[in-house]
Design a protein. Structure first.
Length: 443
């Protein structure tokens, strides 16, 4: 194959090939290392069109990189082409009701741009995570119960399709594509710009309340029960068996955000959690919403993160939680985290977007950390645990999956959702150019 330098006419961005000074960093995403033939950093939408057309004509594997945090490593590849959107990262507040965000922007840039205006977008919890990857598959964050998923705030998108065309997708223009983008991941093109409807925000109450490990069963059950009646301004994450804080002896931590600056209302919402058990630490305080977002961590060389997530099935609350607590106390468990959903998420119709699990109240995730031998040794036990938990959970959340097996994809997309996505895939990407994702094949 001749050099890409001779075949991409008028490409105004960066073209990085093996041997270039910045190739070593360009071939890496946050959680994976590849050896792509080329990494292209487009300077504008026309460059993205040229890159997509080149990949299609050359028959090359194609990866699209926003923030690069995807657990399966979709943001890089071996021998193919990577389109790195980092130069398309502008955040433009068009007015107080619309925000245009470049496809390569991170959530840290978004919260920093919106904070001075008293605005926010319901999103994740990490500054360096990309807007694109999080939004296209969901977006469970600190305002999820009050304002829904990140994709619920999306009102329009600019997309480069597999044919290299630029199209707009919103409720009135290409509405089927707009439906698919909200939950269908990167299957339908390169989203070069997102248009969101932001929400007004104040300071928030945020912090962690911790309890001793032996209280885990009572704390988790009480926490899950309370969330059904808690005000929607309250969103929280429960975690246990943190390997960096003692493993099976680690405290149970409930991290909370109350979306408001009224101390009395915040206390009324958070105090029932404080009463769930003997409190070890409590650092909840009022702070700017932007400061709630944490910096993302890049694992050291040779260290892997294996994550798996599912939604708790209705009707099996007690047994499902007790199974998790028992596993956490075994000394061989992964790190467990429970994210509350419900609220505004559940008020959207099940078929309104390609995100399918609207009625779930909790998402449970496990994370195993270590070098390859540690991961290999832990895998049989982890598989056995998930098999035991299977009757009590449903589906999967794509943003918390380290793998993309057929079983994973079937869990992310229930049959009706998958069939509709597959029909749209045939229309927008009939050759499956955009396959580096939780892939929906053209019908």
């Amino acid at each position: 194959m001749t050099s890409v330098l001779g075949t991409l006419d008028n490409f105004g961005g960066d073209i990085i090939e093996p041997g270039a000074a910045d190739y070593e960093s360009a071939r890496r995403s946050v959680l994976a290392v590849g050896s792509p033939a080329y990494v292209l950093r487009p300077a504008d939408v026309r460059d993205v069109q040229a890159a997509v057309r080149f990949a299609a004509s050359a028959g090359m594997a194609l990866s699209v990189r926003g923030g690069g945090h995807g657990f399966p490593g979709f943001a890089t590849n071996d021998g193919g082409l990577v389109i790195d959107l980092s130069r398309l990262s502008a955040v433009e507040v068009q007015d107080h009701s619309r925000v245009r965000v470049g496809g390569g922007a991170t959530w840290g840039a978004v919260v920093d741009a919106l904070a001075p205006l008293g605005l926010a977008i319901s999103s994740g919890d990490t500054r360096s995570v990309g807007v694109g990857g999080l939004t296209l598959s969901g977006g469970i964050g600190w305002k999820v119960r009050k304002h829904g998923l990140a994709l619920d705030s999306l009102v329009g998108a600019e997309v480069v399709t597999a044919a290299g065309d630029v199209v707009r997708a919103d409720a009135g223009e290409n509405p089927d594509l707009f439906w698919a983008l909200r939950g269908g991941g990167g299957n339908f093109g390169v989203v070069t710009a997102f248009e969101f409807a932001p929400q007004p925000t104040t300071d928030v109450f945020h912090g962690k309340i911790s309890f001793p490990a032996p209280a885990a069963a009572a704390v988790l059950q009480g926490w899950a029960d309370y969330l059904r009646s808690a005000p929607e301004e309250l969103t929280s994450i429960a975690s246990l068996a943190n390997p960096f804080a003692g493993g099976p002896n680690a405290p149970v931590e409930i991290q909370v955000v109350f979306d408001g600056d009224d101390a009395l209302a915040a206390g009324a919402a958070i105090d029932p959690i404080r009463r769930l058990g003997p409190v070890l630490t409590d650092d909840v305080t009022v702070k700017p919403y932007a400061s709630v977002f944490e910096e993302g961590l890049t694992p050291p060389p040779g260290i892997r993160l294996v994550t798996r997530g599912a939604f708790r099935a209705p009707g099996s609350e007690t047994y499902g939680l007790s199974t998790l607590v028992e596993a956490a106390a075994s000394g061989k468990s992964p790190f467990f985290a429970f994210r509350c959903v419900g609220g505004a998420v559940s008020r959207v119709a099940d078929d309104a977007t390609a995100y399918a699990y609207r009625k779930a109240e909790l998402m449970v995730a496990t994370t195993t950390v270590g070098p390859d031998p540690v991961i290999a040794a832990a895998t049989p036990g982890l598989n056995a645990f998930w098999q035991r938990l299977a009757p009590h959970v449903m589906g999967a959340y794509a943003n918390f999956l380290s793998s993309a097996t057929e079983e994973d994809i079937a869990a992310v997309y229930p049959p009706d959702t998958y069939h509709r996505l597959a029909a749209l895939k045939r229309e927008y990407d009939p050759t499956n150019l955009f396959a580096a994702n939780h892939n929906v094949r053209p019908q």
